[in-house]
Write a protein that binds this ligand. Structure first.
Ligand SMILES: [Zn+2]
Length: 230
């Protein structure tokens, strides 16, 4: 589990600014409708750098695991034509949430897949990042999750890891802060969701841990069918 490459959900600059001013946060409807792609949309996905054909194929195969549960189609295109633009050369795994990707300049990536294609969690991480790109949030931040975090251990763990360390603020944003009921459509909390980070016991109080979820869960499927009906 120590080897797992946790991800960060990226936010557009304007949203970072507005969440810093909590009171001025714009009200949203029950679903992040403004972050979902239109139903039956053909999502254009591009590679920004030049992964090998085998590397590309592995990413595509993992991303396409979502297709049975959504009405979107994926079209893999070149360079700036992508609505989702993948960079593979860094060490970070991250994505923007749904159509937040459209707010970015066309020469910047909207998803980073730094994970080595030979890593045992490669497929899991790619599916997880595409879950974000489709609009799914982190399950461990579900308002009903109530994970008994040992917060100081969590801050220390993320600040001190060699790859992709997170500041305290980034830990708050990506691990602790539950998403608002009013911000999102959500189904009951699901510890098996592929959008749930694994939680080692030493990051919680008492005896609470969650393994790596490597499969799209029944609830993940249900959510995708709900937000992208055929
Ligand atoms: Zn994530």
């Amino acid at each position: 589990m120590d080897n797992f490459q946790y991800c960060t959900l990226q936010k557009p600059a304007k949203e970072l600014k507005s969440s810093a001013l909590a009171n001025s946060r714009k009200k949203r409807s029950l679903v992040h409708y403004d972050k979902l792609w239109p139903s039956r949309h053909t999502l254009k996905i591009a590679f920004m750098d030049n992964p090998t054909p085998e590397h590309k194929d592995k990413i595509i195969a993992a991303a396409e695991k979502w297709l049975p549960y959504i009405s979107l189609k994926f079209e893999f295109v070149e360079g700036v034509e992508g609505e989702i633009r993948i960079a593979t050369e860094g060490v970070v795994n991250s994505s923007f949430l749904g159509t937040d990707a459209l707010d970015m300049f066309p020469d910047t990536p909207t998803m980073n897949l730094g994970i080595d294609p030979e890593h045992e969690d490669f497929e899991t991480v790619v599916i997880h990042e595409f879950g974000h790109a489709l609009g799914a949030m982190h399950e461990h931040q579900h308002p009903k999750a109530q994970i008994p975090w040992n917060k100081e251990n969590v801050y220390n763990y993320y600040q001190n890891r060699p790859m992709n360390p997170l500041s305290r603020g980034e830990v708050d944003d990506n691990i602790f802060t539950p998403f608002d009921d009013a911000d999102a459509l959500y189904l009951p909390y699901d510890r098996k969701s592929i959008m749930h980070h694994p939680v080692p016991n030493n990051l919680t109080l008492g005896n609470w841990a969650n393994p790596i979820n490597r499969e799209i869960s029944d609830k993940d499927k249900q959510l995708m069918r709900l937000i992208y009906p055929r």
